[in-house]
Design a protein around this ligand. Sequence first.
Ligand SMILES: C[S@@+](CC[C@H](N)C(=O)[O-])C[C@H]1O[C@@H](n2cnc3c(N)ncnc32)[C@H](O)[C@@H]1O
Length: 456
Amino acid sequence: MIKKERSASLHQIESPEISSDNRAMEQGTTEANEAEIDYQVAYHRIYDDTWDFRNANTKEYTHCFHAYPAMMIPQVARRIIENFGKNARLLFDPYCGTGTSLVEANLHGINAIGTDINPLARLIAAVKTTKIDIQVLDTFLQNFNNYIFKINFEVENVNSIFIPEIRNIDYWFSKSNQIKLGILLGYIENIHDPTIKNFFKVALSETIRESSYIKPGEFKLVRNKNWKQKNELDVFGIMVNKLIRNKKGLMEFQSACQNNSVATICDFNTVDGIPANIIEPSSIDIVVTSPPYGDSRTTVAYGQYSRLANEWLGFKEANQVDKMLMGGQKRKYIPLFKSKLLNEVVQTILQEDKERAKDVISFYEDYEKSIANVSSIIKRGGYVCYVVGNRTVKGITIPNDEITAQLFVSNGFSHVKTIVRNIPNKRMPLKNSPSNIVGETAPTMKNEYIVVCQKT
Ligand SMILES: C[S@@+](CC[C@H](N)C(=O)[O-])C[C@H]1O[C@@H](n2cnc3c(N)ncnc32)[C@H](O)[C@@H]1O
């Protein structure tokens, strides 16, 4: 079922400074405005539940490899690529996370470039898109199975145990699980083939999480109340099952992949610029991405989610990741944004709570810069497809979809459409803290907005 709706965003923002354009938007009739799509006046959202993919299998191919917060579902990336990337040769994802859009690009024979600040996300994205000779992988898996079988009987005699420095390790892992994880890491450190080594590391990362005292289903580092139940676990069994599952996913991916398309995973920050030696100006056909919708401290804590795995895997500054992500550094001034709507939203939140407004400002200052940089690398006629959420701060819903569209329009794009889907299966926290007061929660977003703009 498809229905169209005028922007509802400004109904929630009762600001005395609402512009005449926006007043027109509130008063005008939908029918009258549809004929003359002046972007500033009429921003339409298309509600389309065929994008919900309610019972779809989201774990096909290498999509099964590793859980991660707020993952894009493959079916959304796939349909975007099929609708807007028919002749695309190069796709870019500026917040690639675990690489959902990159995997889908390769499955459609499109080369892909992704970047992410979180080292764990980069590792997973790289492994999900790297082809491996299955016969070689089988040799390693057989060797690993033999090793595990042997040490199950003589753990005391294992001489390759590697436990890196992990803050509060005893708070997060039982002694017994620490040793077992240390044995697995010791084994992996001795693998010389880098692609096989990374394949094992991804399986280890999930094993680390499942062997820890972290509360299941929680993105922030919170200890499970029943943590003692996790003192003695079959850590090796968990690892073996991950490896078997991932090998099956990899085989499916490799046989479904069209031509020799590849994915390149980078660590640059599009807020600061895009290195021309990696992506040339006007070279990208399509961007498919799901950016964060706020800073990590008050929205989704990607860094906290990944911290223990990042520390076990030896990534430096594992506890600094959230500060490095968009909005991680709090600003003390109020910039004038290129989106009129965003300026109004900021003013409204400022009236409610100055501190919370700073969080919003910090995030959008980075987001605006990132969008300007991303705009410069898109070919004329190319598409950007941003899958975003509209969060609530102090009871005010931030129309992030419309703001995203306005920011692209201010960078030489036209707004093609915004499709609204329900979120039946995206991995999000069930509650968040809109007021940021401990204990105060509200349900998180039920909708996702696919904002499509085209470079003119
Ligand atoms: C919604 S997640 C992306 C999930 C991804 N689509 C997937 O399916 O796995 C947003 C990602 O943006 C990353 N991120 C935040 N700020 C960033 C920045 N300035 N540059 C690059 N990545 C950033 C986070 O680390 C996180 O992995």
